[in-house]
Design a protein around this ligand. Structure first.
Ligand SMILES: C[C@@H](O)[C@H](N)C(=O)O
Ligand SMILES: C[C@@H](O)[C@H](N)C(=O)O
Lengths: 158, 158
């Protein structure tokens, strides 16, 4: 079966903030996003993998112009919850490969990761949904990553 | 503006495996998913948040019948890469709130997390895309989580 994808995009308008070492108990994510929503911050990607030693990190991406406000909210939360200070990267690049063809094809993520790794590009965040694989890399490698993925999936682009 | 969502789903057919402490250098994700694709394993969610101390965890969900095969691949990888053994949960519940209305409404995640936390349900994994918020909770709480979300978003369901 031939893979068909709808597109590949690069978004260089975002920054990333990570809340580090949140207690892995009900309510911490709710409090975090409640305070961000109250501050009027629109969050794009939210990524949390499984906690370790009862602590979990939540990474999120926002528009770069919201970075200062987001850090203020995150730092206040961390102080109140006795967590380490949040970390951030003020310039990230989000690459997306998307299309309904991804649903029935298990090799898209593997091809995407392989192509980026061959170009020595490190994956900072990964998030997938049924029809989309999103990765975040350092902002300086966005254009190169897009080029690499366009070549890798040239045969699959409609 | 009124939020409109297309639906809320519960998927109780999956298990979760986490590769722990992968070196945060290019190539590790590629190797992991290459070996999973070679073993014919179709991965649903892939979630990796930012690494710490140059190590990152990658959580993934698969069909429960693929758990044994996936753990074999993951354990072999961990041995070869000198990582701690992978962890898993053989019965997880994936809850999704989705719809194009989510794009322009920043409070969906916050409402979702708040409703689940009020019901004492812990979030194990979080992954979002432009039009969908996915969370993974323990398999025993799937039905309750679905109920809670249907109530929370009753006014937004078309
Ligand atoms: C870490 C955070 O997501 C926590 N597990 C919660 O449910 O809120
Ligand atoms: C941890 C893993 O994702 C690594 N950063 C890589 O690029 O492969």
């Amino acid at each position: 079966e031939k893979l068909i994808i709808d597109g590949i995009t690069l978004d260089e308008s975002q920054a990333m903030v990570t809340l580090v070492g949140l207690s892995d108990i009900p309510g911490l994510a709710a409090q975090t996003f409640d305070e961000l929503a109250e501050a009027g911050i629109v969050v794009d990607m939210i990524v949390q993998s499984i906690g370790r030693d009862n602590r979990a990190d939540i990474s999120l991406t926002i528009k770069r112009e919201d970075l200062k406000k987001t850090l203020q909210v995150a730092e206040e939360l961390a102080r109140g919850l006795n967590c380490p200070p949040p970390t951030h990267n003020s310039q990230v690049a989000k690459l997306s490969v998307f299309g309904t063809g991804i649903k029935s094809y298990s090799g898209v993520a593997s091809r995407m990761f392989k192509a980026l790794s061959a170009a020595e590009i490190n994956l900072d965040l990964i998030g997938t949904s049924e029809v989309r694989v999103n990765v975040v890399v350092d902002g300086k490698q966005g254009a190169k990553a897009l080029e690499v993925l366009k070549q890798e999936f040239a045969d699959a682009l409609v």
